[in-house]
Design a protein around this ligand. Sequence first.
Ligand code: PGA
Length: 262
Amino acid sequence: MSARKPYVGGNWKMNLNGQQAVDLASALADGFSAGDQVQASVFPPFPYLEKVGKVFAAKNSPIQLGAQNFYHQPNGAYTGEVSLDMLKDVGASVMLVGHSERRHVLGETDTLINDKVLAALEAGLEVILCIGEKIEQREADKTDHINTGQLGYGLAGVSDAQMARVTIAYEPVWAIGTGKTATSQDAQNTHKVIRQALGFLYNDDIANAVRIQYGGSCKPSNAQELLAQTDIDGGLIGGAALKPEDFLAILQAAADNAPVPA
Ligand code: PGA
């Protein structure tokens, strides 16, 4: 347990239709009341951002609206892309950057990821920077090498002050959507290394303040044990974020692990 406020994000990926997105948002807004103890955000597909934002606003929910992707240029001839101003306009306040599906399915490079991190922070938004090793990298004993590398590239040029708006999501690629979860001890070990790397890149105060989420088949049955680890400060949830009862149970597990107010 730490003094860091737990943070749980729900990445809806390319799922749901408009009505399902509204129904899910509505159930989450009704069921989540621990906003003082836990930070929560969801990342709906672009076409549903505004609808979901309206549900949260109408129900006065503390759940933040996030975007799964964006392009870092302000405007112009970038067919198919969406700018930060457009996303702010529909109420998004947090950006997911470097998700493994964008790195490995859509081919995003560390350079592009860094451009995006810098642009989102420059625009005053919050960022969740995702990092994580593939199975062959893990088997070759490269887990720490890959994660600290992606961390350093992703954060290049990010100031100490901007780090207050950055969360790291450690998502072992082999655990995403596969049902395979890192053991809580393996995840804790990697989170600890990531925190040490933040200390090296910045300083101990920043390393101790940054939340590091775990992602990869996190579900109600394993959330409690993962979130109880010293350096695991929340989760980035895919599959289980689509079921209100599951996501709410993970939010509850995070609240159970929140620091007790002094
Ligand atoms: P998962 O996805 O929970 O379905 O494994 C996590 C993620 O991709 O953020």
